[in-house]
Design a protein around this ligand. Structure first.
Ligand code: ATP
Ligand code: MG
Length: 395
C-alpha cells in the first residue's frame, strides 16, 4: 500500500480572530477541499489543518496549497509515535545529506504528555548531537526541526520542507464583491488582491460590440480562468454598453464621455451587486494613471452610486502592478491587443477635473434609468469553472 501524503497547513491571521476563529477555520478547510478535490481529507487539528491525500498526488497538492488564500505556509509532514528516539532518527533520515547547525522547535497541544516543550527540544536535540555532532544554534540555525504533538502523535517536518502560501484570508470569509473587469492589466490584479483578503469576486465586463470586437471579453474570460485557480470558480456578467455609449455620444459634451460611460458602468455594477448581495465594487484604478483616475474624476464617477468602491491598486505604480500580474499569471493575457470599450468614441481632450454636479447636469438629457434597465436586460451570466460548493455559510 502506498503511504498517504500528509501536509500540515498553517495560518496566521485567522488565529487572531477570537470568537470568529472557528468560522474562519471552517471556511479555510472548505476552500482546501474545493482546491484539492473530494479524495483529499481535510481536518482541523489544534490551530493547524491536516491534509491527507493519496501519495501519488503529493506534487499536485504542493502546487494547489500554494494558491489557497488563508494558507500562511505548509509542509509535508511525517506522523510518528511519541518516541524521541524514533523522532530523532526520522529527522535525520529526512535531512538526508544535510550537515550544519540546527535547532529543534516543539509545539505541544496535548498537555497531558509527560514532558514540557523545552524538555522535548533538549532531549531530541541531544540525540541528534550524539548521532551527528552538529552544533545547536538557537538563532540563525541552518535547519530548524519542527516537532508538534497532537492527538498522541508526533508530527515532524523541517524548515527545508516549509513552503509559503499566499497568506491572506480564505475566500468567502469577507463576503462578496463585484469586480469591474476590463480585460486589461490592472483589474485582474485588483480582483486577486481583494480575493486574497477573503472576498469572493463576481465579475462584470462591459463591451461595445458591434462597435468593437469581442476580444476584450475573450481576454477577460481567460484572465478569470487564471484567477479561478486562486479563488475558485467565479460568475461573470457580460453587459453590452454600446446602446448607452451611442446615447452619450449623441447628447453629451465630448470631454465628459469617458466619465459618463464609467458612471453607467458603476450603476449597472451596483445593481448586480444588489442581486448578488455583494458589499462593494472593485476597480483597477490607480491614482493619476489616466485622466479618468484623478481624485476629482474618481469622486465624480463614484457619486453615481451609493456604494462602497474599493480600489486596491490606488497607491501602486504601473511597474508594481505589472510585476504582480506576472506573479499571478494574468499578465501575458492582459497584454494581448484589444479594443477597449472606452476607446470607442474616446474624447481627444478628456476632462481631468469634473464635478458630480457637471455630470449630473449632462445626464439630465439622458434616460438614465431606462438605459440601465435595457443594459441589464441584455446582460448574460456565466460561470468560469464549475459552480462552487457553498455548504459552509459565507458572510
Ligand atoms: P485595466 O488595465 O484594468 O483596463 P486601465 O489602467 O486600462 O485598467 P481604465 O481603462 O481607465 O484603466 O479602467 C479603470 C478601471 O475601470 C478598470 O481597472 C476596471 O476596473 C474598470 N473598467 C474599465 N473598462 C471596463 C470594462 N470594459 N468592463 C469592466 N470594467 C471596466
Ligand atoms: Mg483599460
Amino acid at each position: 500500500m502506498v503511504e498517504p501524503a500528509l501536509f500540515l497547513v498553517h495560518y496566521h491571521e485567522i488565529a487572531l480572530k477570537g470568537r470568529n476563529r472557528r468560522h474562519f477555520e471552517q471556511i479555510l478547510a472548505q476552500r482546501l477541499r474545493d482546491a484539492l478535490g473530494p479524495d483529499a481529507r481535510v481536518n482541523l487539528l489544534h490551530g493547524r489543518i491536516l491534509v491527507e491525500v493519496p501519495g501519488r498526488w503529493a506534487e499536485a497538492v504542493q502546487d494547489g496549497l500554494g494558491r489557497v488564500f488563508g494558507v500562511a505556509y505548509f509542509a509535508r509532514v511525517q506522523r510518528l509515535p511519541v518516541d524521541f528516539e524514533k523522532i530523532a532518527q526520522a529527522a535525520l533520515a529526512r535531512l538526508g545529506d544535510f550537515a550544519g547547525s540546527f535547532r529543534v522547535s516543539v509545539k505541544r497541544a496535548n498537555k497531558r504528555l509527560p514532558f514540557t516543550s523545552p524538555e522535548a527540544e533538549r532531549q531530541i536535540g541531544a540525540l541528534i548531537v550524539a548521532a551527528t555532532g552538529w552544533p545547536v544554534r538557537l538563532r540563525g540555525a541552518d535547519v530548524e526541526i519542527f516537532v508538534e504533538f497532537y492527538e498522541n502523535k508526533a508530527w515532524l517536518y523541517t524548515s527545508l520542507d516549509r513552503t509559503p502560501g499566499p497568506g491572506g484570508l480564505p475566500v468567502g470569509a469577507s463576503g462578496k464583491v463585484v469586480v469591474l473587469a476590463s480585460g486589461g492589466i490592472d483589474s485582474p490584479v485588483a480582483a486577486w488582491r481583494v480575493a486574497k483578503r477573503g472576498a469572493r469576486p463576481v465579475y462584470v465586463h462591459f463591451h461595445s460590440y458591434p462597435h468593437t470586437s469581442l476580444d476584450s471579453l475573450r481576454k477577460t474570460e481567460a484572465e478569470i480562468e487564471i484567477l479561478s485557480r486562486w479563488h475558485g470558480p467565479a460568475k461573470l456578467y457580460v453587459v453590452p454598453l454600446a446602446g448607452i455609449q451611442e446615447e452619450i455620444f449623441a447628447k453629451s459634451p465630448e470631454r465628459y464621455r469617458t466619465l459618463l460611460y464609467r458612471r453607467f458602468m458603476y450603476r449597472i455594477a451596483a445593481r448586480i451587486a444588489g442581486w448578488e448581495k455583494a458589499g462593494a465594487l472593485v476597480t483597477g484604478d490607480a491614482l493619476g494613471q489616466v485622466a479618468s483616475q484623478t481624485l476629482e474624476n474618481m469622486r465624480a464617477v463614484q457619486e453615481a452610486v451609493d456604494m462602497l468602491v474599493l480600489r486596491p491598486l490606488v497607491g501602486m505604480d504601473k511597474t508594481e502592478v505589472i510585476a504582480e500580474a506576472q506573479a499571478i499569471g494574468t499578465y501575458d493575457i492582459s497584454i494581448q491587443p484589444q479594443q477597449d470599450c472606452c476607446s470607442f468614441l474616446e474624447p481627444k481632450r478628456p476632462a481631468t477635473k469634473s464635478t458630480p454636479e457637471q455630470l449630473r447636469k449632462v445626464e439630465a438629457k439622458l434616460d438614465v434609468k431606462g438605459l440601465v434597465e435595457q443594459a441589464l436586460e441584455r446582460a448574460e451570466r456565466r460561470w468560469i469553472g464549475n459552480e462552487p460548493d457553498t455548504r459552509i455559510s459565507e458572510r
